[in-house]
Write a protein that binds this ligand. Structure first.
Ligand code: NAG
Ligand code: NAG
Ligand code: NAG
Ligand code: NAG
Ligand code: NAG
Ligand code: NAG
Ligand code: NAG
Ligand code: NAG
Ligand code: NAG
Length: 531
């Protein structure tokens, strides 16, 4: 049997006796106050008084430390101190027989510990969360309530039961609970006893809630990668909460890649640039792990690394003279198929070639060769280009430098004369006779003075070629002048002819008249002879 039970047994028995009907003569005993609530360890004064006439001997039955502090003939005041727990002291008096009255002494004290038990570091949204609050100590328990709180909002209010008392409440965690502060509080309500409401609170605990969808992240990566090249990989996952707390780790062949994460409202994008070094041919595993809260989602992909050098495209000679045979050859690594521009491939092979007779038109011609390789179902191409240089010329023919131009004076014309060749020839055109230069280019207007026969000469290290260019200029206005001159000449001729005839006629008449006058004069001077 516990010692506490023994201590309580006697007063309880006496209290039971006190309920017996009062003794003869109607003598009574009373206690004041009949009930008291005091802080634990506190002090209280109890006044026992009686109506018994016969020199009463009052006493107080208790196991508490007691001291008589005052008395009268029919009363006695005791002081009880260091009251640690509830008790029921009993006043008694012998008045012929024993009279008793008991009082109720209630001790109150505040809880020594109010604690919200630790929350999970991360709580998934949509799952139940149980909040537990432990309260150690505190009395009287029937006046002690435990309140569980989210911020200031009361989630549950329950009596404190047990020692320590544990109170729980289950809440469905939501996004709004992220970073919410949870706590619990005790309320010792002694207001009916006039002492007030006493509250004690636990330290708050902050909750972090999260959403990580049940889907795998998306990995954006090329399926095949050429060794010793730099490439990028992206990993994204949507529907995250809070997205900024998500962590992404990208690994290649179990080695972590340096990545940068970009966050948006509800998603994360991690980008990694994979360095060109230390890659080997073959299959390697690329993985992306998105961690949020205490969970993660993983995605894995295989990346095939291949080596594929560009085909070797060779010209037998990169620079040849016109009319030389050139061999164009393309060769790629075994297992590939080359296609050489200008060759119709009958059967796929990893090398191809053809010959050509280099002409001026082939100067600066590009030859291209493409090699194809299939890696893990992906068709890949590599190209190579070579340019042929052909030495030719100098060339100065009718097409490039027409030899006969006939233009009207004053018209607007363009004189074309160009020499061709590789290396580029030098062109000089001089007029026969005076060495004037041929006016190549725009002639506006065409002048009479440029007419003539020119000798053009194109000269390059490969030789010299010559050509005559005749430039005729016709002039209409000068024909008019000739016509006028002719007309004037005809007119003048006619006029002078007419004047001559007239003059001659007049001279003849004058002569005739003179002859007549002479004859007449002779007739007068000679004597008339008879016929
Ligand atoms: C104790 O109670 C009696 C009876 O009610 C009263 O006469 C007396 O004054 C009280 N004593 C004190 C100290 O209050
Ligand atoms: C959460 O708990 C309540 C009862 O407290 C229960 O009805 C509900 O099904 C639980 N929900 C989940 C998701 O466990
Ligand atoms: C919770 O408490 C912390 C620190 O005590 C405070 O910074 C934060 O704002 C509180 N959260 C809410 C939702 O009140
Ligand atoms: C404790 O609570 C009970 C019932 O709720 C009430 O009757 C009593 O007076 C309270 N005690 C105190 C000291 O207030
Ligand atoms: C409980 O609250 C009371 C006042 O309400 C205060 O005096 C006391 O120190 C508190 N106890 C603890 C353990 O904080
Ligand atoms: C990765 O994301 C960035 C930014 O959105 C984009 O510019 C890039 O093209 C992406 N790379 C791949 C391989 O998808
Ligand atoms: C190349 O062509 C030119 C003119 O078409 C010809 O004169 C020459 O003989 C050819 N050369 C060869 C090697 O066939
Ligand atoms: C291309 O030429 C280089 C050097 O001449 C040689 O090392 C390489 O093996 C050749 N590649 C192919 C596919 O023939
Ligand atoms: C030049 O052209 C003109 C007319 O176009 C023609 O009459 C003349 O005969 C040509 N001369 C030569 C040398 O071809």
């Amino acid at each position: 049997m516990a010692p506490g039970t023994a201590r309580l047994a006697l007063p309880a028995l006496l209290a039971l006796i006190g309920l017996l009907p009062p003794g003869l003569g109607g003598a009574q005993i009373s206690v004041h106050p009949p009930e008291a609530t005091i802080p634990r360890g506190g002090t209280v004064q109890v006044n026992c008084s009686t109506s018994c006439d016969q020199n009463p001997k009052l006493g107080l039955e208790t196991q508490l430390t007691k001291k008589e502090v005052a008395h009268g003939s029919h009363w006695k005041v005791f002081e009880l101190s260091d009251v640690q727990e509830d008790s029921h002291p009993i006043c008694f008096v012998n008045c012929g027989h024993q009279l008793m009255a008991s009082m109720s002494l209630t001790v109150y004290w505040f809880p020594e510990r109010v604690e919200l038990l630790p929350l999970p570091r991360w709580q998934p949204v949509g799952e139940n969360l149980t909040l537990r609050c432990q309260v150690a100590g505190g009395a009287p328990r029937r006046n002690l309530t435990v309140v569980l709180l989210r911020g200031e909002e009361e989630l549950s209010r329950q009596p404190a039961v047990g020692e320590p008392a544990e109170v729980t409440v289950t809440v469905l965690a939501g996004r709004e609970d992220h970073l919410a502060n949870f706590s619990c509080r005790t309320e010792l309500d002694l207001r009916p006893g006039g002492l007030g409401l006493f509250q004690n609170s636990s330290a708050p605990r902050q909750l972090q809630t999260f959403v990580l969808p049940e889907t795998q992240p998306r990995l954006a990566t090329p399926a095949v990668v050429e060794v010793d090249t730099q490439w990028t990989v992206n990993c994204t996952l949507d529907g995250l909460f809070p997205a900024a707390e998500a962590e992404v780790i990208l690994t290649l062949a179990e080695k972590k890649l340096d990545s940068t994460s970009l966050y948006s409202k509800d998603s994360v994008l991690a980008m990694a640039s994979v360095k060109a070094n230390s890659q080997k041919e073959g299959i390697q595993q690329l993985a992306c792990v998105v961690t949020l809260g205490d969970r993660d989602q993983k995605r894995e992909e295989n990346v095939v690394f291949y080596s594929f050098p560009a085909p070797n495209l060779t010209l037998s000679e990169p620079e040849v003279s016109e009319g030389t045979l050139v061999t164009v050859e393309c060769e790629a690594q075994a297992g590939t198929t080359v296609s050489l521009e200008g060759v119709s491939s009958e059967s796929p092979a990893h090398r191809a070639e053809f010959r050509l007779n280099a002409s001026a038109a082939d100067h600066r011609r590009s030859f291209s060769c493409s090699a194809a390789l299939i890696v893990a179902g992906h068709l890949l191409h590599k190209n190579q280009i070579r340019e042929l240089r052909v030495l030719y010329g100098p060339r100065l023919d009718e097409r490039d430098c027409p030899g006969n131009w006939t233009w009207e004076e004053g018209s607007q014309q363009t004189l074309r004369c160009q020499a061709w060749g590789n290396p580029v020839p030098e062109l000089k055109c001089h007029r026969k006779g005076d060495d004037a230069l041929l006016p190549i280019g725009d002639l506006r207007p065409v002048k009479r003075e440029v007419a003539g026969t020119y000798l053009c000469e194109a000269r390059s290290p490969r030789g010299v070629t010559r050509r005559e260019v005749v430039l005729n200029v016709t002039y209409h206005q000068n024909n008019m002048a000739i016509i006028i001159v002719v007309v004037v000449a005809v007119f003048l001729g006619t006029v002078s002819g007419a004047a001559y005839l007239y003059n001659r006629q007049r001279k003849i008449q004058k002569y005739k008249l003179q002859k007549a006058q002479e004859a007449a004069a002779m007739k007068l001077n000679t004597p008339a002879t008879p016929p």
